[in-house]
Design a protein around this ligand. Structure first.
Ligand code: DC
Length: 653
C-alpha cells in the first residue's frame, strides 16, 4: 500500500472470522534457529512482512539457503552454527527482533559484520546487549552514538578455560537483549550463565524464546527470571518441520473489534495453548466485561450484554504490544483506564507513550501521560473525527483503526502496517460494518437537496449538503480577499473552514451564513472553486466526516463516485431543463425576486454543459446508481421512490 492516507468510515458493528498472519516474534526466531541448526527445517505459515523480510534478506546475505516451498512456507538449510559468509554488511530496517538477535549471534560467530537500520533503529538502545556480549569476549564497536546502532562486529576472543562465564545483563529496557543473547549462546560452546541484574520486562517474550529453543533441542535451565544457564554441548537440531502460530498481537485488534462492535469476531491461528504472551490480552478484554471463548486453534470475542465495557487498571508489562490496543479501546469504556509499567513503549518503533497521548487527544480524549503509565478518560461527548499520524509505527495505525467504532477517521501512512500485517486494512474492512450512506447526486435544480433532506428525515439519519461546503469555501475566499484562481490559497481555506451545520442553519466562524452562501456571486464562485482538484481533495475528509451513526444521506455531484463509493444506495436525479427552469422561477417569485423563464433556461443549459464537461469530477451518473427522473413526479413520490430503493438493499452493503 503506497497511499498517503486511508479514510475509514465509522462502524456500526463488527462480526466475522479472520485467519491471522503468522506471528512476527515466532517467525523471526524460527528463521534464525533453523539457520543455526543441524539439518534442514521446513517452516510453514511464516509471516510475510517487512520485519521478516529483513531477517530473510540478512540470513541469505550470510550464506544461508532458504527456498520457498509453497505459500508462506520455506525450507531452511541448517548451517550447524557456521554461517558461510564471514564478512557482510547487513541492513535491518526497523526490525528490533532481527537486529538484537543477529547482533548476539554474529558477535559470537567469528566474522566481520556491519549492522545498520533506519534512523529510528539508530535511536533504539542496544548498549545493555553489547555490554553483555563484551563480557564473553565479543568485539563490538559503535559506529555512531555509543549505546545505539549502527554496529561494527569483529571476531570474538576465544573462551578462557576455567570457570563458567557469568554474564550480567540488564533486563529492564528490552527483553530482546536477553532473548538474543540466549539464542546465540549455543554457539559459544562453553556452559554459560546469564544473570539478569534488574527487573526483567516483557517476560512472555522470553518464554517464547525458551520454548522455541527447546523445539530445536536446546533446554535452557531457568532459575526464576533472574538466572538462565545454557549447558555446554547445546546444539540446535532441526525438528524437520514446524508451523508458525498466528500473531497474538495482530489478533488483539480483531478481538477488540468483537468486544466493541457486538461481534462475535473469531480469530483463527492461535488458541488456548498459544506460546505467545499477548494471548493474555484476551484476559484483559474479559476483565473489561467482554465475552471471550477459546478453542484449540481459535479465540472469539463479543460485546457484553448491554454492550458497555468497564475501564481497567492494569499492570500491562506482560503485554506491552497488545496494551496499545487497550489504550484505543479505553475511550469506549465507562470509567477511566490506566495502563501501568509500560516504560518500554518509549523505546519501540516510536515513543509510543507520547504518540498515543497526542493522537488520542485529537479524538477529544483526555489523557494523562506518565513516565511509565498512561491514563485515558472516556470523553462525555463521544469521539471527534480526526486525522491520525502513525509515526512509522505499524501498531499506531492498527490500534487507531478501532476508534472508528466511534467516529470516521483518516489514518496517515497506513502502509506502515507492512511491518507485521500487510493486508491489515483489507481484513479490517471484511469484519467492520460501516455506517450506511445514501448518495443522491444530480444535475442543477433537479430537486436533490429537497429530496435528500426529506429522505434523511424519514430515516432519522444525518444529512450532508456537499454543495454548501463549496459555497462556504467561496464565501470564505470572498471575505479573505482570495482570488478564485489562487488554487493553493483556496485549498488552504477549504481545509481549515470553521463551519457548523445545525439543522437548516449553517455558520462560518460563528456567524450565520445560511443566506449569504446562496447569493448569486457566491454560486458563481462555488462553481469556480469546485473545478479545482486541490480544493476537492481538501474537502474530501470533511465530507466523509459527516458519515456518523446511524446513517447519512449525502447530496451533491460526486457522492456516489468519489466521496462514498461504497454507499448502500446510489441515486441520480434528473429532470427536463424546462421543468427545472419552471421550478427555479417559482422559487424566485416566492422570494420576491423578478426573473425570466427564458434567462433561467439559458443559464441552466450553460451550467449543465459546464458541469458535465469539466475535467475534474464531471457530473455523470454512476453506473451503479438508480436514475430518477423527477420531471413528472411530486416531491412525495420522489422521496418514496428513494426510500423504497434504500429498503430493498440488503443491510450489510
Ligand atoms: O449543489 P450546489 O448548487 O449548492 O453546489 C454548489 C457548487 O458546488 C456547484 O457549482 C456544484 C459544486 N458541487 C460539486 O462540484 N460537487 C459536489 N459534490 C457538490 C457541489
Amino acid at each position: 500500500m503506497s497511499a498517503d492516507f486511508i479514510d475509514l468510515p465509522q462502524l456500526v458493528a463488527a462480526r466475522g472470522t479472520v485467519r491471522l498472519p503468522g506471528s512476527k516474534s515466532i517467525s523471526n526466531r524460527l528463521l534464525l534457529l533453523a539457520a543455526l541448526a543441524v539439518g534442514d527445517t521446513e517452516l510453514h505459515d511464516l509471516l510475510h512482512s517487512d520485519d521478516t523480510a529483513r531477517m530473510l534478506d540478512a540470513l541469505r546475505a550470510l550464506g544461508v539457503s532458504i527456498e520457498p516451498i509453497g505459500e508462506n512456507a520455506y525450507r531452511v538449510r541448517g548451517t550447524a552454527g557456521k554461517l558461510p559468509v564471514r564478512s557482510a554488511s547487513l541492513f535491518l530496517g526497523n526490525a528490533g527482533t532481527a537486529f538484537r538477535s543477529l547482533t548476539a549471534v554474529l558477535a559470537l560467530s567469528g566474522g566481520r559484520y556491519a549492522l545498520t537500520g533506519v534512523p529510528r533503529m539508530h535511536q533504539r538502545p542496544i548498549g545493555d546487549l553489547v555490554d553483555g556480549l563484551r563480557q564473553l569476549g565479543a568485539h563490538i564497536n559503535y559506529s555512531g552514538v555509543v549505546g545505539f546502532p549502527p554496529l561494527l562486529i569483529d571476531p570474538p576472543s576465544p573462551p578462557k578455560p576455567g570457570d563458567m562465564p557469568v554474564i550480567k545483563l540488564r533486563g529492564d529496557v528490552s527483553s530482546q537483549f536477553l532473548s538474543g543473547l540466549l539464542m546465540a549462546l549455543p554457539l559459544y560452546e562453553v556452559e554459560t550463565r546469564v544473570e539478569v541484574t534488574s527487573e526483567l520486562i516483557s517476560k512472555p517474550y522470553v518464554e517464547i524464546t525458551l520454548a522455541l529453543m527447546a523445539r530445536f533441542g536446546v533446554n535452557v535451565e531457568r532459575d526464576g527470571w533472574q538466572r538462565f544457564t545454557v549447558p555446554s554441548g547445546s546444539v540446535y537440531r532441526s525438528p524437520a518441520e514446524i508451523h508458525v502460530e498466528g500473531d497474538a498481537s495482530s489478533a488483539s485488534y480483531f478481538l477488540a473489534l468483537g468486544a466493541l462492535g457486538g461481534g462475535p469476531v473469531r480469530v483463527e491461528g492461535i488458541g488456548r495453548d498459544s506460546v505467545q504472551g499477548d494471548i493474555r490480552f484476551a484476559e484483559a478484554l474479559a476483565a473489561m466485561g467482554a465475552n471471550i471463548s477459546y478453542g484449540e486453534n481459535w479465540i472469539e470475542a463479543s460485546a457484553p450484554a448491554g454492550s458497555l465495557l468497564r475501564g481497567l487498571d492494569l499492570d500491562a508489562n506482560h503485554i506491552p504490544d497488545a496494551a496499545m490496543t487497550l489504550a484505543t479501546m479505553a475511550p469506549f469504556a465507562c470509567g477511566p483506564t490506566t495502563l501501568r509499567n509500560i516504560a518500554s513503549w518509549r523505546v519501540k518503533e516510536t515513543d509510543r507513550l507520547a504518540a498515543m497521548a497526542t493522537e488520542l487527544g485529537k479524538l477529544s480524549v483526555q489523557v494523562d501521560e506518565g513516565s511509565d503509565y498512561i491514563r485515558i478518560h472516556p470523553p462525555a461527548q463521544g469521539l471527534s473525527p480526526a486525522v491520525i499520524d502513525t509515526y512509522d509505527d505499524h501498531r499506531m495505525a492498527m490500534c487507531f483503526s478501532l476508534a472508528t467504532l466511534g467516529t470516521p477517521l483518516r489514518i496517515n501512512d497506513p502502509g506502515t502496517v507492512t511491518k507485521t500485517f500487510p493486508d491489515y486494512f483489507q481484513r479490517f474492512a471484511d469484519i467492520g460494518q460501516p455506517v450506511p450512506v445514501v448518495a443522491i447526486d444530480g444535475i442543477s435544480a433537479s430537486g436533490k437537496g429537497t429530496v435528500a433532506t426529506r429522505v434523511a428525515a424519514a430515516l432519522g439519519w444525518h444529512y450532508l449538503d456537499s454543495g454548501a461546503l463549496y459555497r462556504l469555501t467561496a464565501l470564505a475566499a470572498n471575505r479573505a480577499g482570495v482570488d478564485w484562481t489562487d488554487e493553493a490559497a483556496l485549498a488552504r481555506l477549504a481545509a481549515t473552514l470553521d463551519v457548523e451545520f445545525a439543522g437548516e442553519r449553517i455558520s462560518l466562524a460563528g456567524e450565520d451564513v445560511s443566506d449569504a452562501i446562496r447569493r448569486e456571486d457566491i454560486s458563481t464562485g462555488a462553481s469556480r472553486v469546485a473545478a479545482l482538484p486541490t480544493v476537492r481533495s481538501a474537502l474530501l475528509f470533511r465530507q466523509r466526516a459527516f458519515r456518523r451513526a446511524p446513517g447519512l444521506v449525502a447530496d451533491g455531484r460526486d457522492m456516489a463516485s468519489t466521496v462514498f463509493p461504497d454507499a448502500r444506495c446510489k441515486v441520480f436525479l434528473t429532470a427536463s431543463v424546462e421543468m427545472r427552469a419552471e421550478r427555479r422561477y417559482k422559487q424566485l417569485l416566492k422570494k420576491g425576486i423578478a426573473a425570466s423563464i427564458a434567462d433561467l433556461l439559458l443559464d441552466l443549459r450553460a451550467r449543465d454543459e459546464r458541469d458535465s464537461q469539466r475535467s475534474v469530477a464531471p457530473m455523470q451518473q454512476s453506473a451503479d446508481a438508480e436514475l430518477l427522473d423527477t420531471t413528472h413526479l411530486t416531491i412525495d413520490c420522489a422521496v418514496n421512490q428513494v426510500l423504497d430503493w434504500v429498503r430493498q438493499v440488503p443491510k450489510n452493503r
